[in-house]
Design a protein. Structure first.
Length: 285
């Protein structure tokens, strides 16, 4: 049994230094506690930064409300409302809080179940998983076999395999000049940026730039550009901004052009996506 007992609920009213100290306690506690699944809630204030860390359990990080950016050696990954990110065990990561965030984290032991994902990715939550996370947070950390808590844990582990992956990760290149271009683009994305423009800035041929970008990010330039635009669009849409204003601000010539990109990336239109997000938020917890 762990000798460290951090508070299960960490309210946003805690100061930044105190929140960081309690987080450090949690990381140590997670290394000592037994049981296949540990579920913890946290309320984070706007602008808080969770320092780079790792743990031996995999983590399903769920943004119940608000938006977070998770930074790893592979890049930055956005977790919009009603989505979660899967962080495999041992992955070093930092978390940046954008707006007030209600976070629910599920920490899963490596031997808890067979076939745990080994790659970092963003997922959409099923209605069942959302309810299971809520129940797991209020359950005991290591419930006895056959109890309600144990049944919740077992079903949660099974439902992990049914979560649809979403292309919301944005890997950043390691090459400094290319990374600087990518960071400037994220600050002010535009669907009209071209390979030729970026290649010219770096004094590279189109062919060399294309190969370098693919090698550095694992994505083509056009796909990366679309995902960066989604990075900018989703938090604004989740905050209730009209689709038209978001599309035009991002540089799209029309709402249909923006909608086409959105459907290609997420499989649904912006309005359908938003209606589903709103319905999820209105569900009782």
């Amino acid at each position: 049994m762990s000798s460290i007992t951090p508070p299960r609920f960490m309210p946003a009213s805690i100061t930044g230094d105190e929140l960081e100290r309690l987080h450090e306690q949690r990381v140590l506690w997670l290394e000592e506690i037994e049981g296949p699944v540990v579920a913890l809630p946290t309320e984070y204030p706007d602008g808080h930064l969770v320092p780079r860390h790792s743990h031996s359990r995999s983590q399903l990080l769920y943004a119940l409300a608000g938006v977070v950016l998770v930074t790893t050696d592979a890049g930055r990954w956005m977790v919009p409302p009603e989505h979660a990110i899967w962080l495999p065990a041992g992955v070093h990561h930092a978390v940046e809080i954008l707006g007030a965030v209600s976070m629910r984290s599920i920490y899963i032991a490596p031997d808890a179940t067979i076939g745990l994902p080994t790659h970092l990715h963003v997922v959409a939550l099923t209605d069942l998983m959302r309810c299971l996370i809520v129940e797991a947070v209020i359950s005991d950390d290591n419930p006895p076999p056959g109890s309600r808590g144990a049944l919740v844990t077992g079903l949660l582990l099974d439902e992990l395999h049914n979560l649809p992956e979403r292309p919301l990760g944005l890997p950043f290149p390691a090459e400094p000049r290319l990374s600087a271009l990518c960071r400037r683009f994220v600050e002010k994305p535009s669907p009209h940026a071209t390979i030729d423009e970026w290649a010219a800035v770096l004094a590279m041929s189109r062919r060399s730039f294309t190969r370098s970008f693919q090698r550095e990010t694992g994505l083509s330039f056009s796909v990366w550009r679309q995902q960066a635009c989604l990075f900018a669009a989703l938090p604004r849409l989740a905050d209730g901004e009209p689709v038209t204003s978001v599309a035009l601000d991002l540089g799209y010539e029309s709402v249909p052009a923006f909608t086409t990109m959105f459907k290609r990336m997420l499989g649904v239109s912006p309005r359908f996506y938003l209606s589903g997000t709103l319905a999820q938020r209105q569900q009782p917890s």
